[in-house]
Design a protein around this ligand. Structure first.
Ligand code: FAD
Length: 544
């Protein structure tokens, strides 16, 4: 799937720079989820050792470290949920569960020797670009609570879209006497057997844990705002022979991976607004729900969405509807008014007794780097740049923030395929950018004395945004529903608006014409450190 262009270019540029006695750019990666690890692995494979991975928690894996709730797992088939340059071929089941995916993250660390680059329990508090030196300064809180500053040439933010849990402000929440928690911070100390559990939310996490909780609890009450489309999950453990073949016969595994990729990619047709495929699939879903699940107890309005397929994330589970049909599980559509010490009270005045309260209410998904003040050229704040909604050139670069990249950034989320595919493409772009930066630093005069600064040009950044918004207008994401893809103003900031194969193509080669590259002399004795000596992209030879 990957041509690994970025890795090969960086490898060559690093070798050229070393031969010329030139500098190797230092890199800070913020976040040790799968995106941060992908960046780190590709740097190692390129021959770069001068990088650090700063991670606020105590371990790697991000999403898959945080979400330990019962039933937590992937809803993309396992064989598409590893990087093509670090494939895992011995998955135990078709849809991997959280421990196995976390194991994959740990395997990446061990196999690529990332341990020595990891700084765990280190939270990046702010990032500031210094125009004089062309470097980034990251202020961090270290493991002992001490202040640390990391100065680097390149910063890569791999902070994810879905790791800051959101709990709605509900009146009386602080009066609830029992335990309460968010699904991404599962409280494993609470014994749920025989208790009355209230679950707020019915999204991708809830549909995974509610069936398992219902097996233990005395009762489960699910509070939902709107119903979802839920497709069956064709999950199963692989038979030993199948697993062995996939693990050992690489061409078979590759074919299988490709087959999964294309069967998922073709679903993009579903998400094209008002298309024949979208209308047909919506009709089939609705028919299936009406024929198989709707009843007096679970009426049409409780189960049948009033928006087209794809506007909200399509969920997969084969247990969800049978669970809702259980007599000890209640689906409540009324809005929550307030919480009392032992109950949730809805706006129709009904009290729903509860011993434990679980929030499956998602994440601050549209806020991206809002938790880290990032300052670029001229002290410009990223938060100001994104006041009208987060966006980035191919989800990766923001004008005015040079030598700075985002992984799983704005408009790179998907509704129909593997996020790791997108992340891998972004890493390819970043590696090419670092290679170009290196070559620009060496320049035609070939000296070890220059440092290059590279960023997307304002015109390319704006044109990319216009193109993304135009494409989004033709997708199901913009239909009338509330979803975690939209910010408060209704702008879709999370999702990539078309085929992923299109993203593959657009991220295949970094286009120098879309960049501003400035190389500065860093030999104070002969030239002023901040004087630009290369300033136009076309003058910088592409390394490939
Ligand atoms: C429950 C759940 C199920 C999912 N299922 C799927 C699926 O089936 N298929 C799919 O493709 N995707 C799925 N996703 C999306 C998933 O998030 C991505 O696939 C992928 O794991 C994202 O990796 P990441 O490294 O970009 O982000 P994350 O995994 O969120 O990692 C970000 C890391 O950055 C760290 N960080 C953040 N801020 C700072 C800071 N200031 N300083 C230091 N460290 C910081 C965090 O601690 C975290 O470790 C799911 C997400 C969730 C929440």
């Amino acid at each position: 799937m990957a041509l690994d262009i970025g890795r090969r270019r960086l490898e060559r540029s690093l070798a050229a720079s070393r031969r010329a006695g030139g500098p190797v750019p230092s890199v800070a990666i913020v976040g040790a989820g799968l995106s941060g690890l992908a960046m780190a692995m590709q740097l190692v494979r390129s021959g770069s050792r001068d990088f650090v991975v700063l991670e606020q928690s105590e371990g790697v894996g991000g999403t898959w470290r945080d979400n330990t709730y019962p039933g937590s797992g992937c809803d993309v088939p396992s064989h598409l949920y590893s990087f093509s340059f670090a494939p895992k071929c011995d998955w135990s089941r078709r849809f991997a569960e959280q421990p196995e995916i976390l194991g994959y993250a740990e395997w990446c660390v061990a196999t690529f020797g990332l341990g020595e680059h990891l700084r765990l329990r280190t939270t990046v508090q702010s990032a500031t670009f210094d125009e004089g030196s062309g470097r980034w300064s990251l202020e961090c809180t270290g493991p002992d609570g001490d202040r640390e500053v990391h100065e680097v040439d390149v910063v890569v933010f791999a902070c994810g879209q879905l790791n800051r849990p959101m709990i709605p402000a509900i009146a009386g929440l602080d009066t609830f006497a029992g335990p309460l928690w968010h699904s991404a911070r599962w409280n494993h100390d609470v014994e749920l057997a025989g208790t009355r559990v209230a679950v707020v939310g019915n999204g991708a996490s809830a549909i995974q844990f509610v069936p398992l909780v219902a097996d233990q609890a005395a009762t489960v009450t699910v509070f939902q705002r709107t119903p979802n489309y839920v497709a069956p999950k064709r999950d199963r453990a692989y038979r030993p022979l199948t697993r062995a073949i996939l693990a050992r016969v690489r061409p078979v595994e590759l074919l299988y991976r490709w087959w999964i990729y294309w069967t998922f990619e073709i679903r993009w047709f579903w998400f094209r607004r008002d298309s024949w495929a979208s209308r047909t699939v919506t009709r089939l879903f609705v028919k299936g729900i009406r024929d198989g699940v709707v009843s007096e107890r679970l009426p049409d309005h409780a189960l049948v969405p009033d928006y087209p397929v794809g506007c909200k994330r399509v969920l997969i589970s084969s247990d969800w509807y049978p669970t809702l049909q259980r007599p000890d599980v209640d689906l409540v559509e009324s809005w929550i008014d307030h919480v009392e010490k032992d109950a949730v009270v809805t706006d129709d005045g009904v009290r729903h007794p509860a011993d434990a309260l679980v929030f499956a209410t998602g994440f601050a998904s549209t806020q991206f780097l809002a938790h880290i003040p990032v300052r670029g050229v001229g002290g410009r704040r990223l938060a100001d740049e994104w006041r009208a909604g987060a966006h980035a050139y191919l989800g990766t670069m923001v004008a005015g923030f040079p030598n700075c990249y985002l992984l799983y950034g704005p408009n790179t989320n998907l509704g129909h395929n593997s996020i790791l595919f997108m992340v891998e493409r972004q890493v390819n772009l970043v590696l090419q950018a670092i290679a170009l930066q290196l070559r620009a630093g060496l320049g035609e005069e070939s000296g070890p004395t220059r440092r290059a600064v590279l960023g997307v040009s304002t015109s390319a950044y704006r044109a990319d945004d216009v193109r993304t918004q135009r494409r989004l207008a033709g997708t199901a994401w913009v239909a009338s529903c509330r979803s975690w893809y939209k910010d408060a103003a209704g702008r879709v900031v999370n999702n990539w608006p078309t085929w992923t194969v299109r993203y593959w193509y657009e991220t295949l080669r970094l286009r120098p014409g879309n960049l501003d590259v400035v190389a500065s002399d860093i030999r104070p004795a002969t030239r002023r450190a901040d004087r630009p000596i290369v300033s136009a992209a076309p003058r910088v030879a592409s390394p490939g």
